[in-house]
Design a binder for this molecule. Structure first.
Ligand code: SAM
Length: 372
């Protein structure tokens, strides 16, 4: 290895984000910002250290307003690039080209190396290609499913994904050299907030810890079963099994960042959403849990002595949530970063403190697809 470490200050100074941002984007509160109608708002958004949504609903007009492509937050882009421990002569595989900005940063940094970048959405990929055209950069751009990696260009020294996965595909491990690094957002259907850094081992496995808290959109084929806006409508009570009870267990501590992540690791099949009240009911919320066959919900109201739990289906999901939370507390409330993932040819498992401390007790550690 002859390459030196990239000087990220210089790479970022040489590669501003602005030329990669389309004229229409979505800022906070799903508000559309059109450069032609409000150039000042557009410039402010582009200059700020915030993520910019550049496509909603896979480019359809479904109106669900689910972000499906974006330019990530600049400080986070930098953090993820630094986690790769790149050398200037490395060959890297990037998954989720998006606007092409991070591809340009990589291509600028790798003066003696190469970038291969894959984008699943053909229209997004064309826009990135247009933005990268005419610059003195030569990444290889591929339209396809990044979950397969890109064997034709393998092996790679590094792999970075900018979409979240529930399961790390073994193809990624196979296509990265031993000693190489994989950085990817990672989540469960319950909680999507892990930033995972894996190192590929000589024995063909990869292992590593969570190194931070991020919120990336899901890889298209690993999206959750229920999308946010239809979640409640999709979990229709089964009159034969619907039951209501009350609990004195306050559901608020389950919302804490590390508890939320840890429960998701311990119940990897269960999806979860919270809906808050508005105005003077803003402290109220209903938390929903569902596995596709069973569901549970709990209603929180301030000053209540007990909280209503609704359940349907064969699983007592609320009891399972309480048990997972209790198990995590009994382990000393370990934070996200004390957990990690090991990936083998047969699937992945999650662990606490090291690969022998397996925590995902469910049947889900294989590479089963949830939904396309
Ligand atoms: C957060 S955005 C990318 C940000 C981008 N790196 C940038 O700096 O602008 C995630 C991208 O991943 C893409 N994506 C989703 N699933 C994918 C998959 N299976 N393979 C490749 N790209 C995928 C989305 O279409 C989206 O453009």
């Amino acid at each position: 290895m002859t390459g030196t470490r990239p000087v990220w200050d210089r790479v970022f100074a040489d590669t501003p984000r602005r030329p990669y941002i389309p004229a229409v984007l979505w800022g906070d509160d799903d508000k559309q910002i059109d450069r032609d109608k409000d150039p000042d708002a557009w410039e402010d958004a582009v200059a700020a250290d915030v993520p910019l949504v550049t496509q909603m609903d896979d480019g359809t007009d479904s109106g669900d307003l689910i972000p499906t492509s974006s330019a990530s937050m600049p400080s986070l882009v930098r953090h993820m690039l630094e986690l790769l421990d790149l050398r200037t002569d490395h060959h890297i595989l990037e998954l989720g080209t998006g606007t092409g900005w991070s591809t340009a940063l990589l291509a600028t940094a790798l003066t003696g190396g190469r970038v291969t970048s894959i984008e699943v959405d053909p229209l997004v990929a064309i826009q990135a290609q247009e933005s990268l055209r005419g610059r003195d950069l030569a990444p290889t751009l591929i339209v396809g499913d990044g979950l397969q990696g890109f064997e034709e260009d393998a092996p790679y020294h590094r792999l970075i994904a900018t979409m979240a996965v529930q399961r790390v595909p073994y193809e990624w491990v196979e296509q990265v050299k031993p000693g190489g690094v994989i950085v990817t957002p990672w989540g469960t259907p319950y909680n999507n907030s892990g930033l995972l850094r894996l190192v590929v081992n000589e024995d063909g496995t990869a292992s590593g810890r969570f190194v931070g808290n991020v919120a990336f959109m899901w890889a298209r084929s690993q999206r959750r079963r229920f999308d946010t806006r239809r979640f409640v409508g999709d979990v229709i009570p089964d009159p034969k099994t619907h039951r209501i009870r009350h609990t004195t267990a306050d559901p608020r501590p389950l919302r804490e960042e590390h508890a939320d992540f840890a429960i998701g690791l311990r119940l990897p099949e269960v999806e979860h959403r919270r809906f808050f009240g508005r105005g003077d009911r803003a402290e109220e919320f209903t938390a929903w849990y569902a596995d596709g066959a069973s569901w549970a919900s709990i209603d929180y109201k301030p000053d209540a002595d007990s909280y209503e739990v609704n359940e349907s289906g064969s699983r007592d999901l609320w009891a399972e949530i309480e048990a997972a939370y209790a198990a995590w507390r009994a382990q000393g409330e370990p934070p996200r970063e004390q957990h990690g993932v090991t990936v083998t040819r047969d699937g992945q498992w999650t662990w606490l403190d090291g690969p022998n401390g397996r925590v995902d007790v469910g049947p889900t550690s294989g590479n089963r697809e949830v939904r396309d």
